[in-house]
Design a protein. Structure first.
Length: 149
């Protein structure tokens, strides 16, 4: 009887340990696409409000938005207009996103693709097809509203 009692105690302890380990691991998981940005030292305002879903597998961030939409951000009197497709993403790692897809930026009346985002201290550098734009991190601190087009 004592052996059965000991086995029961060991069994219950192993279940409790497995449960606490699973809980600890799940809290380390990224809850939202915005959290994925913040955990990589990138501002959450790189994504507009309204993310429907996302996946993050081995550094590949894929985000679903409800519709194609535009965002305007004003910095020091200059307005930057971003157009988001319904599906956006890229390869995310600490302080950067490469192979960006689904985001275009208006430059002189033309829409050009955004290919890379790089955190550089208090700025975020955006590599476009034809230019490089540097924005203060504080201008991207909040996720902007996205206007459906």
């Amino acid at each position: 009887m004592a052996i059965q009692h000991l086995l029961l105690v060991v069994f219950m302890a192993s279940i409790l340990h497995a449960t606490s380990s699973a809980t600890t691991n799940s809290t380390l998981a990224v809850a939202t696409a915005y959290d994925a940005l913040v955990q990589n030292n990138l501002p959450r305002g790189l994504l507009p409000q309204g993310v429907l879903s996302y996946s993050l597998i081995e550094g590949a961030l894929d985000v679903a938005l409800p519709y194609v939409c535009d965002v305007s951000i004003s910095v020091a009197g200059t307005e930057y207009k971003f157009r988001y497709s319904r599906s956006v993403g890229g390869a995310i790692q600490s302080e950067s996103i490469t192979q960006v897809y689904g985001v275009r930026v208006q430059v002189d009346q033309a829409w050009v693709g955004l290919s890379q985002v790089q955190r550089a201290g208090k700025h975020v550098d955006l590599q476009l097809e034809t230019a490089r734009v540097s924005l203060p991190v504080r201008s991207l601190a909040r996720s902007p509203e996205c206007t459906q087009i």
